[in-house]
Design a protein around this ligand. Structure first.
Ligand SMILES: O=P(O)(O)O[C@H]1O[C@H](CO)[C@@H](O)[C@H]1O
Length: 244
């Protein structure tokens, strides 16, 4: 994980990009792992596009597939390592935020439409991500458990950041790249996962995911511009009324 914070423009939109993230398994508490999200909120970020590498629990998935996250299971949050534990800062959001629709349906639709236009349909999926603590990869029995509770991919990040973003009123789009297909059978002769495999697969597919994100941000930029020009006359009118 490079650990860089890059500020610039992506498809003409002011963008903050984290090259790498903090993880609980590195020894950081959940509130610190998600602190960059609040920093982004404070400097005006409205939409969070989050990506991760994951294991494919859904055995129809292939290494290199990109899953649009439609929901998550914040397993570590459910069991006590929740990023919003502690005094609630009302500046960001309410004490008990709803998590009914964490991944924006309109952004998900835009992502699938854009992927289709780019010819990516063959490796696009949509499913549920489960967040575990790590750093060990799962045993086959643990993996079967995660599959049974409804997850399609498993990883050690993302859900805490998304919870904090939703709490702060941000819109979220998430992509989970399947870097290894998870072994569900005991005593399998399949090769166990390694972080090298995870990075190699992620690097092979990185250009496609970058193009997808860049194109989506470009489309969002034109929507924003359309809204701005539509909003300007209304704002000007209001101003005039006040003058009169
Ligand atoms: O979720 P990201 O950080 O993308 O990476 C995934 O890959 C690493 C394990 O190989 C873990 O960090 C896991 O969470």
């Amino acid at each position: 994980h490079a650990g860089n914070l890059v500020l610039g423009y992506l498809s003409g939109v002011p963008t903050v990009c984290m090259q790498g993230r903090l993880h609980f398994y590195e020894g950081h508490p959940a509130w610190l792992v998600t602190m960059p999200i609040r920093m982004m909120k404070l400097i005006g970020v409205e939409t969070l596009i989050v990506t991760n590498a994951s294991g494919g629990l859904n055995q129809d998935y292939n290494s290199g597939d990109i899953m649009v996250i439609k929901d998550h299971i914040n397993l570590t949050g459910l069991t006590g390592q929740h990023p919003l534990v502690g005094p609630n800062d009302e500046k960001f959001g309410p004490r008990f935020p709803a998590m009914t629709t964490p991944y924006d349906p309109e952004l998900r639709r835009l992502a699938q439409e854009t992927a289709k236009e780019l010819g990516f349909s063959g490796f696009m999926r949509e499913g549920v991500y489960v967040k575990v603590s790590g750093p060990s990869y799962e045993t086959p029995s643990e993996s079967r458990l995660l599959r049974k509770i409804g997850a399609d991919t498993v990883g050690m990040s993302t859900a805490p950041e998304v919870v904090v973003a939703i709490h702060a009123g941000m819109k979220v789009l998430g992509f989970s790249m399947v870097t290894n297909v998870v072994i569900l059978k005991q005593d399998s002769d399949k090769t166990p996962p390694t972080h090298q495999e995870v990075m190699d697969t992620a690097n092979k597919r990185a250009k496609d995911l970058q193009l997808l994100v860049k194109t989506i941000v470009g489309k969002l930029a034109s929507t924003l511009k359309a809204t701005e020009s539509a909003a300007t006359p209304a704002a000007a009118m209001l101003h005039k009324e006040k003058e009169n």
